[in-house]
Design a protein around this ligand. Structure first.
Ligand code: ADP
Length: 271
């Protein structure tokens, strides 16, 4: 392993224990999957703890975690790597997937359905019992070591027919379903991450529950745990409840005047 690659992988180590409150037996399931060298599919709405969970699992396993936020331009080359021309020389640079395979790391592809469809060519052979990565440009097929783990996430709430996971892809994974944590757990998370007191955290969680019920009225998604923590941070900075909830939660959820007003009323009724 050359020095620059060694340095690069070291940057992905999770050095201290991330704070993670389990929602059920997802930690045991993920550790069992890791022991059996099975890939993970995390399903759930945005901001409900999937990324934090992967950091925690990486820490438990003592493996580096390489996270890729997928987008509609993300191609196979972005994952595998490419030659870079430096002066007169062409230098190969590993992409995140190759780096993870070579060094026995965890590669987490966040919002996998956003990636270009050609990426399945490299994901499929890695996600089944072949566990190999074809790198065409190097004329190599890398066998993934036992420590390598593939994890992907997606949000079923956003899916359209065009952006759904194909059965041939999803049936290669062990699937863990995430939702927002139970109110008592979510209060503890908001308290701990947002550094506010329990009664205030509990009220933010109550507000979140009410916004989540607005899905039937056309709100794309209710307030995530992430937004509650954000509002808590504004409160901690001395902002008043109304401004913190408006800027930290409500305006981030919609532009629709009626829904905005409905949520303002929720804030007033709770605080
Ligand atoms: P996702 O990846 O699902 O979009 P994140 O993992 O980024 O969401 O979660 C958003 C934030 O919520 C995290 O940064 C963390 O502060 C908090 N969080 C959510 N769930 C948990 C949990 N179970 N334990 C600890 N923190 C959590």
């Amino acid at each position: 392993m050359n020095t620059s690659n060694q340095q690069r992988i070291e940057e992905y180590r999770v050095l201290s224990e991330p704070f993670y409150l389990p929602q059920g037996n997802e930690v045991e399931l993920a550790l069992a999957a890791a022991r059996e060298q099975l890939p993970l599919l995390l399903k759930g709405p945005t901001g409900c703890g999937k990324t934090r969970f992967m950091r925690y699992i990486a820490w438990r396993l003592g493996r580096p975690l390489i996270t890729v936020s997928c987008h509609d331009d993300l191609s196979t080359s972005d994952l595998i790597g490419r030659y870079l021309v430096k002066g007169m020389e062409a230098m190969w640079l590993d992409g995140p997937l190759t780096l993870a395979v070579r060094h026995g790391a965890i590669c987490y592809l966040d919002e996998i359905v956003e990636a270009r469809k050609d990426t399945t060519v490299v994901i499929h052979p890695l996600a089944d019992d072949r566990r190999e990565l074809p790198v065409e440009k190097l004329g190599m097929i890398y066998a993934a070591p036992a420590e390598f783990m593939l994890a992907v996430s997606y949000n079923p709430g956003y899916q359209s027919v065009l952006k759904d996971l194909k059965p041939s892809t999803r049936q290669r994974f062990v699937s863990l379903s995430f939702s927002y944590p139970r109110p008592d757990l979510e209060s503890r998370i908001v308290m701990s991450e947002g550094k506010i007191d329990e009664p205030l955290a509990a009220r933010l969680v109550r507000l979140a529950g009410m916004t989540r019920s607005l899905k039937e009225s056309g709100l794309a998604e209710g307030a995530s745990t992430r937004l509650l923590i954000q509002a808590a941070q504004l409160l901690r900075q001395g902002l008043d409840i109304r401004s913190a909830c408006r800027a930290g939660i409500i305006e981030s959820l919609t532009d629709d005047p009626e829904l905005l007003e409905a949520m303002e009323e929720m804030v007033q009724s709770i605080f």
